[in-house]
Design a binder for this molecule. Structure first.
Ligand SMILES: Cc1cc2nc3c(=O)[nH]c(=O)nc-3n(C[C@H](O)[C@H](O)[C@H](O)COP(=O)(O)OP(=O)(O)OC[C@H]3O[C@@H](n4cnc5c(N)ncnc54)[C@H](O)[C@@H]3O)c2cc1C
Length: 463
């Protein structure tokens, strides 16, 4: 600590125990650890100095963003040996080039601040997720975050033009290009997207911007079954051209949970329905978006795909619809420890997945509450399970593990992925490696070795 304080000054190290709590426990508070020290550099050069110092002393490093990741990647381990490097003080927006539709932001910029900076220049940065008030763009890049707009704009991987990264030996790799097309050799920046801090520390990124939409239409519609939801998705993709930006599945059970915890929230439609779709379209320019969505929903109702629905009359009503989505997560948090998954299957297999998983979990016990919701338009479902409140912690652990195994087995059978968004971290490492072939593992470990031969960069995560 003396050495690091000497290099970076007193303010860079977090000493008081009370101030350290948020660096040691993740957003959910399910995961807690200890750190040798928490250090907060202010520039890429300072990050490089800290990395070199840790390397010289053989100290393992944990890069940390907003600490909203849900798989323990940024939470230090329990043995107190790891140095947490928080990126929170690298929070400058270095440049916005509205002609090039690009922004260069430092890794510690909070995602919501990036949205605001883009909007101020009539641009849009489309990555949107529930944690956007706390997560950082560096964390989004390290996890290749998804969110609600993937159906239209892609994952974070599709939104990054260039990166600046401090490598595990302390050298700074400058790949901060602003180009949309560049086919000169391997696309090195892509190796860091989704690498979860195991190959280096992202210090800045050049992000792709889009024209700011000047029209948005949000609709909440009732569908009778997952099959109807999938049929509606296919129709929406055809009828709404490329203007569909979100297509989220909400089960009735989840809506009821949300109504129970969000003050002032009302049941959105007159008659309850087993499932709802929350969909959003947006456009800039001369498109008549309102009439497009009205025609689309009219057609869907005439073909009995949708039994009821409403288009938000204004921005306030649209945010009420989104509050239902947020309330489902809040209600689950309030129930305490529960199983969170973020699996994906081919869109054509979603209905089979939901039906099989629901039926198999019901066999475990009548008090288990499965809640399946999420980014239906991307084949990505959060199939979560709330255990009975009466169980003690150890019984909950056993039960939730069995539920996870059941869900993952169905995902395997359908050719899906056990993580569509949150990544592997420490929590899913064993499940990930047990599904990797020998060749996958050889390639993964080979890549890790090229970048991080000493294995000190985020050890025990992913590989
Ligand atoms: C309410 C809620 C909703 C969410 N919704 C979504 C969603 O819709 N889609 C989605 O994809 N995720 C979602 N998440 C998960 C989470 O927000 C994302 O994974 C997010 O990208 C993590 O960013 P962070 O800054 O909090 O990273 P952290 O949690 O701090 O770190 C995550 C991983 O990235 C590494 N890391 C962090 N910063 C850097 C850096 N600068 N350089 C190198 N490695 C780094 C860490 O070591 C760790 O392995 C949600 C989480 C919550 C709590």
């Amino acid at each position: 600590m003396d050495a690091l304080t000497g290099l970076l000054g007193d303010e860079a190290t977090v000493v008081p125990v009370a101030d350290r709590a948020r660096y040691l426990a993740d957003w959910s508070r399910d995961l807690k650890g200890l750190a040798r020290t928490v250090i907060r550099p202010r520039s890429a050069a300072e990050v490089a100095l800290v990395v070199q110092e840790c390397l010289a002393r053989g100290l393992p490093i944990v890069p940390q963003g907003g600490h909203t990741g849900l798989v323990g990647g940024a939470t230090p381990s329990g043995d107190g040996t790891e140095v947490v490097i928080s990126l929170e003080r690298l929070n400058a927006i270095r440049e916005i080039d509205a002609v090039n539709f690009s922004m260069i932001a430092e890794a510690g910029c909070i995602l919501q601040n990036i949205h605001a900076a883009a909007l101020a220049r009539d641009c849009l940065f489309p990555l949107q997720l529930g944690a956007q008030g706390s997560c950082q763009i560096g964390g989004n890049i390290a996890t290749n975050a998804g969110g609600i707009n993937v159906i239209r704009y892609g994952m974070t991987r599709d939104l990054v033009l260039g990166l600046e990264v401090v490598l595990p030996d302390g050298r700074i790799w400058n790949g901060l290009r602003k180009l949309r097309k560049n086919n000169t050799g391997y696309d090195l920046k892509q190796i860091f997207l989704g690498s979860e801090g195991t190959l280096g520390i992202v210090t800045a990124a050049c992000l792709k911007l889009f024209p700011k939409p000047n029209q948005t239409e949000t609709a909440l519609v009732a569908v009778g079954s997952p099959q109807a939801a999938i049929a509606l998705l296919g129709r929406a993709r055809r009828d709404l051209s490329d203007l569909l930006s979100a297509f989220e599945l909400l089960p009735r059970r989840g809506v009821e949970l949300a109504l129970g915890v969000m003050p002032g929230l009302r049941d959105p439609l007159r008659t309850p329905s087993p499932y709802y779709i929350l969909m959003e379209t947006s456009a800039s320019g001369l498109v008549d978006l309102r009439s497009l969505i009205e025609q689309f929903l009219g057609g869907a109702m005439a073909s009995d795909l949708v039994s009821d629905g409403t288009i938000a009359a204004n921005v306030a009503q649209a945010s009420e619809f989104w509050r239902i989505r947020e309330g489902m997560i809040e209600a689950q948090v309030q129930r305490g420890r529960h199983l969170r998954t973020d699996v994906s299957v081919p869109i054509s297999s979603i209905a089979a997945f939901l039906e099989t998983a629901d039926a198999d979990l019901r066999r475990i016990g009548p008090d288990v509450i499965p809640i399946a919701f999420g980014h239906l338009g991307d084949g990505n479902i959060h199939f979560n399970v709330i255990p009975p409140a009466t169980l003690d912690e150890s019984a909950k652990t056993t039960l939730l593990r069995s539920c996870e195994n059941i869900i993952f087995e169905i995902v395997d059978q359908l050719g899906g992925s056990i993580s569509a968004e949150h990544g592997i971290g420490r929590v899913k490492r064993d499940a990930f490696l047990s599904r990797s072939t020998a060749l996958d593992t050889t390639l993964l470990r080979g890549i890790k070795k090229v970048f991080d031969p000493t294995g000190l960069m985020n050890p025990g995560r992913m590989v």
